[in-house]
Design a protein around this ligand. Sequence first.
Ligand SMILES: *Cc1c(COP(=O)(O)O)cnc(C)c1O
Length: 455
Amino acid sequence: MSKHDLKKIILHESEIPRQWYNIMADLPTPIHPYYSGQTLKPAVPEDMLAIFPKSLIEQEFSTERYIDIPDPVREMYKQYRPTPLYRATELEKILKTPARIYYKYEGGNATGSHKLNTAIAQAYYNKEAGIKRISTETGAGQWGSALAMACQHFGLDLEVFMVRCSFDQKPFRRIFMETYGSRVFSSPTDRTQCGIKIREQYPDTQGSLGIAISEAVEVAAMNADTNYSLGSVLNHVCMHQTVIGLEAMTQLEMADEKADVVIACAGGGSNFSGIAFPFMKDKLKGRSDIRFVAVEPTACPTLTKGVYEYDFGDTAGVAPIAKMYTLGAGYMPQSIHAGGLRYHGMAPIISKLYNEGYIEAKAYDQVNVFEAAMLFARTEGIVPAPESAHAIRAAIDEAVSCVDSGEERVILFNLSGNGYFDMYAYDMYMRGEMKDSSVDDNEIKRSLEHLPVLE
Ligand SMILES: *Cc1c(COP(=O)(O)O)cnc(C)c1O
């Protein structure tokens, strides 16, 4: 039996990485600085102290290549890490592809997605800083669930502003978070100034991530014992996710394989960063020509149709302004089932690497994505999260493109989460009631008219 015949590559607990990889150390040119949403002037770390602990702000700006994972964080990682790397043998067979497909499965933990990797770290650093309570937003509910579990573990209170349409559509997600002791509100609420303002202006709004972020940041800024926590986009969040790629590198070596292409879905960019950045290191140094593909929904085509400009991180302009690919902070994407991919912006580091040609991007319609999700469930057995199914779609297309050429391409993708809370979406698909999302280019154009004018 050759090493290539492994179905599942597992590591020992002692092989959980001891450090995160910080790609800031290896970027060809430094990242563009943040601006303050209030003053429109360059942001200083002190601006962020009202809502983040000092340790995380230091990580946000750090250019150290490796940063130690604190023991209590690594202890909690042990509950579910290292995660398995699977070879998608059954999927390969049905596609009749000579390509070898591997996937890193981040949906096997208690809350079902990769988000726990940063939730644990963020809860820990806030606890260390003496914080009593965290406020956050959640779209589809995966981030809120992960942070709820982590806060419960470290003894912190959590308030979650959940986008109204998800709050109404996904009661089980709310109850799940409440089971871990969190309080969950339907955003926009009447608990914050920006929530009240939005409700007056748009009484029928279904909410958005941008609004929910504004509310959560406001609560943190107004209360000394409360900090804010973000589940994606920021540098330190992307860095915490690199445990995914660091493990996958070791696992591929064990299988005697070298990845030709690395694929992940991209909402704010954290799971993509997690799997890709450790592999990107060699490419940045000109030592590898591995390809990277970020996959997004056509309903929220941040990389494929957005612009690379400074923009607000949230609706009310309370969060920092970053240079990133954006559809405009006021852009309201259609309510597709992959709720976790509906953010208007993209992580600044990914934006920069995409702009410089290190990353490719693809966008898919949701029916096409669910077709891939179904095929995956019926071959590999795991029902994927709708977000993760975007990566599956792209991986399948890569594998199919090898059929005629006979190329034995090695494809690695990140299966960022499971879809067990998304059965309603699967039901819609199977009943033939799922609609393709459309995107209105004029809508994007209009929302891009409101980019900030910086000093
Ligand atoms: C939140 C989420 C995403 C999208 O967020 P990124 O920061 O882009 O990773 C993707 N997959 C799952 C399962 C998620 O929960």
